[in-house]
Design a protein around this ligand. Sequence first.
Ligand SMILES: Nc1ncnc2c1ncn2[C@@H]1O[C@H](COP(=O)(O)OP(=O)(O)OP(=O)(O)O)[C@@H](O)[C@H]1O
Ligand SMILES: [Mg+2]
Length: 240
Amino acid sequence: MKKSSEIIISMRDICKSFPLEMGGRQQVLFDITFDVRMGEFVAIMGPSGSGKSTCMNIVGALDTPTSGVYKLYGRDITNMTADELAVVRNEHIGFVFQQFNLLSKRSVLDNVMLPLMYRGLPMSERVRRAREMLARVGLEKFETYLPTQLSGGMKQRVAIARALAGNPKLILADEPTGALDSKMGNEILKFFKELNRTMGITIVMITHEFDIAKYADRLIHIRDGHINYDGAVPKTDKNL
Ligand SMILES: Nc1ncnc2c1ncn2[C@@H]1O[C@H](COP(=O)(O)OP(=O)(O)OP(=O)(O)O)[C@@H](O)[C@H]1O
Ligand SMILES: [Mg+2]
């Protein structure tokens, strides 16, 4: 997939702090600035507690920064209301989480249809589209199963089908292989790579492991809430 020049994520001097119980605030992100262009596959890497998830929550419009400007598809979302952010998320972003976040009492098909609930599509169209996504992840035979009846790798594939169902151009994945053994993890990462290459889906993936970040084309490394590297994935992680 040829890289287009359209910037879809634009973070400028993003800071984030949280109130501390004993008073005062703890600053977690310091002047985070980067762009992500359409079609990129970016890994955000850093040690535990460095601020990766906090950063991803802002990128994913799940949280707002304390200061700085964040534009998604050119729209400043810094001051949007919770309802407006929910619409932005639903229309533009597919989420994949470490713990899959599937509804355990709903079938695989119901789970994949979830993002289509607010799209005003007829039921038959939602079912058709969800089945298409399940076929894409190789789980078309499992639509009536409950998530609890599937292996970890299969659950994550259901979560990816759900993320794709809303037809987003951007997938955000926070430690997507963190709950999987390395064989299943590699399968999921190869699948991300394929989605990126063949469909041009932009992927931002969070990880604390260099071996996982290597699947991406670009690495943003965070340490103590600061970006200390942003560029092509290096051959080794020894200088990060
Ligand atoms: N909602 C919150 N309220 C208060 N502090 C928070 C909140 N979310 C995160 N933090 C703090 O921000 C810091 C960074 O947390 P974050 O979850 O972003 O790290 P991380 O890089 O994702 O770590 P891990 O690899 O362990 O998931 C931590 O010190 C954490 O305690
Ligand atoms: Mg985290």
